[in-house]
Design a protein around this ligand. Structure first.
Ligand SMILES: [Fe+2]
Length: 493
């Protein structure tokens, strides 16, 4: 059984191989190939001279042949089947940002051995042997019209704080590129992050410009806070595809801290639980692996949770049960009671210097018909009592920032109180209303925005950018004890 009979090229350009006639494993084949020594290489070269490497790769029958075809050359690897290529790579945290990182991704066709690899980032490209492999969990979803998708999740644990890592996702045959993330420090060191309001509409077409400009403006941001309504219909997988297309590699290198808005809960028309369940539509759980430290609501994982990052407690609070009246009263009551119990504990037992709440609907709404008095009555006193510094919100499709507020009154900049911000990054635009406008230090309509927030132990500063590049608004809080001094940097735009 010699190499000369193992590979031959038929008159129609078909590669016939001994593989089909007797070899039972790639190992056996490679053993024969190895014994044939230089003759193999010569024969391979002869074959390759008649085909381009790409053509040969497509004709060759097995992955071991593909490796032979490209071994020792600078040729690119063979093209992977499109359905096996990892897409929608999204970083989140399910645990301590200083020592863990979670990632999700998907393929059109399910792969046999989904996994992720992680290695410390070094400049030398020969880092791959140091990579650690982590098996991924797997879910397959029916998308209708005969289509399905496979979603995977992997968790990197035991990482070193304040360290850059490379990672990739795939199935050992087909991999993503090596992306990069950085773990948090265990100390309250300075950092910056991005905050965006509703993406929601024309996500690929028009939200893309907001998020890409945001990343270009702050490539050193550590993560991306989404204040809800990431898509217009949470159940619609195509919209999540747009969301991922708009982000491109950004979601694979900047972890997301998302909170669901009302649209993220949307069910397909006619769903029997549309008025009784406040669980986010299924794509939420496929794209985001989030902390399981939330309220005692097993059916709503990853909708409310908290994360501590370098001296800041971030509380993602799903306030749909407080504000959306389309759900049955009993269903809302169950969720709000559990959330309030949980929120009280998370705010009371908080060793961090700063506290930031992220929620979708605004406590001091500034678009018509979005006043949620019961939500304000429930949440604002808790925020004030426990010295929440800032609440990041969306839902109103404008930019609006309050003065410092306590007990529904504007207070002195150095008095205890809370600053509430509403913003929008997608293209859907509303108008501001007179109601609550007395609370606002700044209101801007009809522009898309992103916000960069700089944090240090002494100072928390928000700068809002219109996507025309202009600074639209800004302020800072300077910490003193449990309170802070509020300094307005409003540009007057
Ligand atoms: Fe909304």
């Amino acid at each position: 059984m010699g190499w000369d009979t193992a590979i031959d090229i038929g008159s129609r350009g078909v590669v016939r191989t001994q593989w089909n006639e007797g070899f039972t494993s790639a190992d056996q084949y490679e053993t024969v190939a190895a014994r044939s020594g230089r003759r193999v290489e010569q024969r391979m070269n002869n074959i390759m001279s008649k085909f381009t490497r790409r053509q040969f790769a497509q004709l060759a029958p097995g992955p071991f042949l593909l490796s032979l075809a490209t071994r020792g050359s600078a040729a690119p690897p063979p093209p992977a089947a499109p359905g096996a290529i990892p897409t929608r790579i999204v970083l989140t945290w399910a645990g301590d940002p200083a020592r863990t990182q979670a990632v999700t991704w998907r393929t059109e066709t399910a792969t046999a051995s989904p996994q992720a690899q992680v290695a410390k980032f070094i400049a030398d490209p020969k880092f791959e042997p140091s990579a650690i492999t982590v098996r991924a969990t797997f879910e397959k979803d029916d998308l209708g019209d005969g289509k399905s998708a496979a979603h995977y999740a992997a968790r990197f644990q035991g990482l070193e704080p304040a360290t850059a890592y490379c990672y990739r996702v795939g199935d050992a045959q087909v991999w993503s590129e090596w992306n990069v993330f950085r773990t948090a420090s265990t100390r309250p060191e300075p950092f910056r992050f991005l905050y965006v309001g509703d993406e929601q509409n024309s996500i690929k077409s028009l939200w893309s410009r907001s998020i890409r400009l945001a990343y270009a403006a702050a490539p050193d941001a550590r993560f991306l806070v989404h204040a809800g309504d990431l898509v217009a219909d949470g159940y619609d997988d195509r919209l999540w595809g747009e969301w991922s297309d708009a982000l491109a590699f950004i979601s694979a290198t900047l972890p997301s801290i998302p909170v669901p808005g009302n649209h993220d809960l949307h069910r397909p028309p006619g769903s029997p639980d549309a008025k009784t369940s406040l669980a986010a539509a299924w794509p939420w759980r496929r794209h985001f692996v989030l902390p399981s430290n939330g309220p005692d609501l097993d059916d709503m994982p990853g909708q409310s949770y908290y994360l501590d990052y370098q001296g800041v407690r971030f509380i993602a609070l799903d306030v749909n049960a407080f504000s959306e009246e389309g759900y049955e009263v009993a269903a809302r009551k169950r969720v709000t009671e559990k959330e309030l119990d949980w929120l009280t504990k998370v705010l009371s037992d908080n060793p961090n210097r700063w506290t930031i709440v992220v929620q979708h609907q605004g406590i001091y709404a500034i678009s018509s018909g979005r006043e949620y008095a019961a939500m304000r009555a429930s949440l604002a006193p808790l925020y004030e009592k426990h010295h929440v510094d800032m609440v990041l919100q969306g839902h109103d499709h404008v930019y609006a920032r309050t003065h410092k507020i306590a007990r529904d009154r504007i207070v002195d900049p150095s008095a205890p109180g809370v600053v509430y911000v509403i913003s929008v990054s997608g293209p859907k635009m509303y108008k501001t209303q007179k109601v609550n406008s007395q609370y606002m230090a700044k209101m801007i309509e009809d522009e898309q925005f992103y916000q960069i927030i700089d944090v240090s132990p002494e100072r928390l500063a928000l700068t809002a950018y219109s996507i025309d590049g202009a600074v639209a608004d800004g302020f800072e809080l300077r910490k003193n004890g449990t309170s802070s001094t509020y300094i307005d940097h409003s540009s007057g735009k």
